[in-house]
Design a protein around this ligand. Structure first.
Ligand code: PMP
Length: 308
């Protein structure tokens, strides 16, 4: 997906012109993938103007990811929260994708490097439907990948760091080359983990089932939102290992992610999912998007309005 440039990038505490937010070729993050990051959406809402969705939860995860990889962020959480809102505001964006990077910077080579400075940037740009409008309405075709997600005790799958996305890259490229819109990764034990950039939910007999953290998933913030909304709607949601063949027996499947939002799955490995109706996924999708029209009450304080 091509990047749409905007005016300014927040770079180590200052707003600089887009083209000036550069880095050296020997930056540690480029050499070893040592970048903790976040992807956040700002929505144009009908009732509260432009709002960042769950900014605090994302920044908490950013600091957690950085901690696991010994990347020191020389700003407070509040400073990063404020800077994200400010970056959307100064660029005059009504809705945006916000990417926050805490890159281990320039100064040392070798994976040890505990003394590299951290280069923090906040970039935002317009971004519509990641998987397309048709995908949102009709659902997407997915394929189970031949690549497994990293096993527990190898690369921490629950951490959002650039290096982890080598796995997502293999899964999604393989899927697209086979004619699917997205790929599903299995965990080390052959049970279902998640999509290349999305968490996965199965609906069976009125219950909603999603793989647990130990199935090498990223603890998605949209996953948490979907679970919260589903329970609020009165559905039972359980975290449980999902064998691959259960995908073929599902009544409904949907994926969640900041980019993918709530996206239904129409087929898995060319098997149609259920009978082609998605009563529960539709309800969750509608309730999720209702947060941005005001139809769904934001009881949790997930919407953070950006001052004009
Ligand atoms: N899993 C992976 C591998 C992801 O990259 C993402 C996107 N960040 C998700 C799940 C969904 O997480 P979130 O809802 O926090 O965007």
């Amino acid at each position: 997906m091509a990047i749409q440039e905007v005016d300014k990038i927040w770079h180590n505490g200052k707003l600089v012109p887009w083209k000036e937010a550069t880095t050296h070729v020997m930056t540690h993050a480029l050499l070893y993938g040592t970048c903790a990051f976040e992807g956040i959406r700002a929505y144009k809402t009908d009732h509260k103007g432009t709002c960042i969705f769950r900014n605090k939860a994302h920044i908490d995860r950013l600091f957690y990811s950085a901690k696991v990889y010994y990347i020191d962020i020389p700003f407070t959480q509040q400073e990063i929260l404020d800077a994200a809102a400010e970056t959307v505001r100064v660029n005059g964006l009504e809705s945006a994708y916000i990417r926050i990077n805490a890159n281990l910077g320039y100064g040392e080579v070798g994976p040890y490097s505990l003394d590299c400075p951290t280069d923090v940037s906040i970039v935002c740009f317009p971004w519509g439907r990641y998987l397309g409008d048709e995908a949102m309405a009709k659902g997407i075709k997915v394929g189970v990948s031949s690549w497994r997600r990293s096993a527990p005790g190898t690369i921490p799958a629950g951490v959002k760091a650039a290096g982890n996305y080598l796995s997502s890259r293999l899964i999604t490229i393989e899927a697209k080359k086979r004619g699917y819109t997205e790929g599903i990764g299995l965990a080390h034990d052959g049970t279902v983990s998640e999509g290349a950039g999305e968490n996965l939910f199965v609906v069976k007999g009125g219950r909603i089932i999603t793989p647990p953290f130990a199935a090498s998933i990223l603890g998605g913030i949209t996953r948490d939102s979907a679970i919260t909304l589903a329970r609020k709607l009165g559905y039972e949601v359980v975290e449980q290992n999902i064998p691959r063949e259960m995908l073929y027996a599902a009544d409904e499947i949907f994926l969640t992610g900041t980019a993918a939002e709530v996206t239904k799955v129409a087929s898995v490995d060319d098997h149609q999912v259920g009978d082609g109706n998605y009563p529960i996924s539709d309800k969750i999708q509608k309730t999720f998007f209702g947060l941005f029209t005001g139809e769904t009450e934001d009881e949790w304080g997930w919407l953070e309005p950006i001052e004009k």
